[in-house]
Design a protein around this ligand. Structure first.
Ligand SMILES: Nc1ncnc2c1ncn2[C@@H]1O[C@H](COP(=O)(O)OP(=O)(O)O)[C@@H](O)[C@H]1O
Ligand SMILES: [Mg+2]
Length: 246
């Protein structure tokens, strides 16, 4: 009876993502030193730290773009440490890379349709809720991706990723280099995703106020290590700031 209760409890508290002491890097350069973190279902987990501390490397490692040297990654009840990127993507992990990698020579429509093709969805209709979130994109349907502003490209990158119906989104600095008016629309979009409570988000964000507004939990990195982690409500901006300002 007792063991059943414990099992039930574990089920409720189960994280979607659990990273255990991972070590990874580039060739012989080790970047991540025993990084551990977790994200519960429906949470927005902010990942902060100044340039070069390893945030992008961590997201790439989670996406399987960089090999794990040691440690493990558990996702949705499976050990995915050795899974190739495509298998992770099919399993519901989506990555919005720093610098927005859309196809510049394809139209907005073609960029979106490619998202569907990647999921082998037969009925190639773009879901309407994408345009509720980003109404501007519909007007830009025939425009080439490369002709959009940075903010519009970011909206397109997010829309294309949402079409994949992900369970876990890895956002790498979605507001970097984007004009303030569009930063707000990106924040609204992330908030709308969060409010559906179905998708878990890891958000790398330099813009601290936004990370504080959106995040439920926060990890701060320095020199490839997690140096601080807590519920967002418990963190003092001034303490975090020490690790962010140059
Ligand atoms: N492709 C690469 N090859 C070798 N070293 C890299 C590569 N990409 C990043 N690095 C190094 O890894 C460290 C962490 O970089 P990165 O993960 O991009 O940091 P952040 O995203 O926090 O700014 C830096 O020292 C950077 O120079
Ligand atoms: Mg980065």
């Amino acid at each position: 009876m007792l063991s059943m209760c414990i099992l039930a409890e574990m089920e409720v508290n189960m994280s979607l993502l659990q990273v255990n002491s991972i070590v990874s890097g580039y060739g012989t350069t080790q970047v991540l030193h025993q990084v551990s973190l977790k994200a519960d279902k429906g949470q927005v987990v902010a990942l902060m730290g100044r340039n070069g501390v390893g945030k992008t490397t961590l997201l790439k490692t989670l996406m399987g773009l960089i090999k794990v040297e040691s440690g493990s990654i558990e996702y949705d009840g499976a050990n995915i440490t050795q899974w190739p990127t495509e298998k992770r993507a099919h399993g519901g992990i989506a990555y919005v890379p720093q610098g927005r990698e859309i196809f510049p020579h394809l139209t907005v429509y073609e960029n979106l349709i490619l998202g569907l093709a990647a999921r082998s969805i037969k009925n190639q209709e773009i879901p309407d809720d994408i345009f509720i979130m980003f109404p501007e994109l519909k007007k830009l349907y025939k425009r080439k991706g490369g002709d959009l502003s940075g903010g519009q490209q970011q909206q397109l990158a997010i829309a294309r990723m949402l079409i994949l119906d992900p369970k876990l989104i890895l956002f790498d600095e979605p507001t970097e280099g984007i004009q303030p008016s569009i930063v707000q629309s990106i924040e609204y979009a992330i908030r709308a995703i969060k409010e559906q409570q179905k998708i878990t988000i890891i958000l790398v964000e330099q813009y601290m106020e936004m990370a504080f507004r959106l995040g439920d939990f926060c990890y701060v990195m320095d020199h490839g290590e997690i140096v601080m982690h807590d519920n967002m409500g418990n963190l003092e901006g001034i303490e975090v700031q020490k690790y962010i300002s140059i």
